[in-house]
Write a protein that binds this ligand. Structure first.
Ligand code: AMP
Length: 428
């Protein structure tokens, strides 16, 4: 039975055999957030377009090509959020969180929207978890965000992740670096060696040429100067402290001069975490410092640092690494009746079992007993309660243990307590 209307390209239904993995990831995030002192905020899924065009930057791929923007009935330009950082900073400013003790540590999760070419690990609607520390200048805040992401992955059971780190400097030293890079490209490989997109980037956003994946551009930038040599004293010492901190906590990181990230608001630290299982879209996490974002959206100076990680990519990586995530929640007890005369009794028993926190199911399609037993087996139930003439007359329930086939009769009013006990014994 197929409907003619399908989910739009780049979106997908996360069904019951998968959605519990999302819940698992979110539960781990909630635990880690508690241990690090981040409070959860729930933010709007759409914002004024201006927030992203000013915050993320007009010349970025996200703003230029990937936003879902529309005019609402009140003639406002609205955009479905492509990421969370700009919304986090907007919320911080709007609620005057600068007056609270600093730093303010926030986290959130939910769907993001980008008009991208869909492929494995890349969707038009995808979920991100997002952690931000606002109002902290110290390199130790940068370190703590990386540590937060690594702790989430550690608790989830992910291994073999590669942390790549770079500094993109501040507007001052980036300016000097931009000139040095342009000089190198002009005098060395020449602009003709670059792909068409990068030729366009040469004036507008030359740093992005460094992270172009096209072989010709990679070759042309192979010997390009690294930004490290152009950093001002403050940016250099910040970068060194982050790296010293990372090696002190035993993080395995690699410096990557090509890492410039797609969003304009980054200053100083930029990082990415890669997982081999993801193939071409190999970043499971991206983050960095954005000291000028609050000002870009019309607020005062508020330093900030944080990261976002895609839940679909986390789940793909978990599956690729064969990590045991626990079991999909299932029915524990299935109530079967000898005839539909006992349907109300069956529903009442299921009600009592659920009140004792047992997951219970029953048939209400009027199936015969054999078909109900099949349903019970298909539901994966550990126990089946049977109610028929004899049980009703004697105030009992017959309970079948599905793993060994044993059946016994117990008083009806003790059923919930006994089943709770047997479940505990079974799980021990
Ligand atoms: P970004 O906001 O681009 O730095 O992305 C941060 C993280 O979000 C990435 O490392 C991915 O895990 C995830 N992500 C970004 N874009 C997509 C997408 N189109 N589909 C799925 N996940 C994505």
């Amino acid at each position: 039975m197929e409907s003619t209307i399908k989910a739009p390209r780049g979106t997908r239904d996360v069904l019951g055999d998968e959605s519990w993995k999302w819940t698992h990831v979110l539960n781990v995030c909630r635990d880690v957030a508690g241990d690090f002192g981040y409070s959860e905020v729930l933010l709007p899924i759409f914002e004024h377009t201006e927030l992203f065009s000013r915050g993320i930057g007009d010349t970025t791929d996200v703003v230029e090509k990937e936003m879902y923007t529309f005019i609402d009935k009140g003639d406002r330009s609205i955009t479905l959020r492509p990421e969370l950082t700009a919304s986090m900073v907007r919320s911080y400013l709007e609620h005057d969180m600068k007056r609270a003790p600093q730093p303010v540590k926030l986290w959130s999760a939910g769907p993001m929207f980008r008009y991208e070419r869909p492929q494995k690990g890349r969707y038009r609607q995808f979920w991100q978890i997002d952690f931000e520390i606002l109002g902290a200048q110290s390199p130790m805040a940068d370190l703590e965000t990386i540590d937060t992401s690594m702790e989430i992955y550690r608790r989830l059971g992910l291994t073999n992740l590669q942390v790549l780190i770079n500094s993109v400097g501040c507007p001052n030293c980036r300016h000097a670096y931009r000139d040095a890079l342009k000089r190198f490209l002009e005098s060395g490989p020449g602009l003709d060696a670059l792909c068409e997109t990068c030729q366009g980037r040469f004036e507008r956003n030359p740093l992005r040429i460094l992270d172009c994946k096209k072989p010709a551009c990679r070759e042309a930038t192979e010997d390009a100067p690294a930004i490290w040599d152009s950093l001002c004293d403050e940016c250099r010492s910040h970068f060194e402290d982050v790296n010293r901190g990372l090696s002190r906590i035993g993080a395995d990181v690699k410096l990557d001069k090509r890492l410039v990230r797609g969003l304009d608001y980054y200053t100083k630290t930029a990082y990415e975490i890669l997982a081999g299982e993801l193939g071409a879209q190999n970043a499971v996490c991206g983050g960095g410092r954005y000291d000028n974002l609050a000002e870009a959206i019309g607020g005062p100076h508020v330093p900030g640092v944080g990261f976002a990680s895609g839940i679909e990519r986390i789940v793909i990586t978990l599956e690729g690494q064969g990590v045991f995530l626990g079991e999909k929640p299932k029915t524990e007890v299935y109530v079967v009746t000898a005839s539909s005369d006992f349907a109300i009794e069956a529903s009442a028993l299921a009600h009592e079992l659920r009140a004792s926190k047992l997951s219970a199911g029953t048939d209400y399609a009027g199936r015969g007993m054999k078909a109900q037993m099949k349903q019970a087996a298909a539901s994966g139930a550990d126990f089946v309660c049977i109610i028929g003439e004899d049980e009703a007359a004697s105030g009992t329930v017959s309970v079948k243990n599905m793993s060994n086939g044993e059946q016994r009769s117990i008083p009806r009013n003790e059923a919930a307590a006994k089943l709770v006990l047997w479940r505990e014994e079974r799980n021990r």
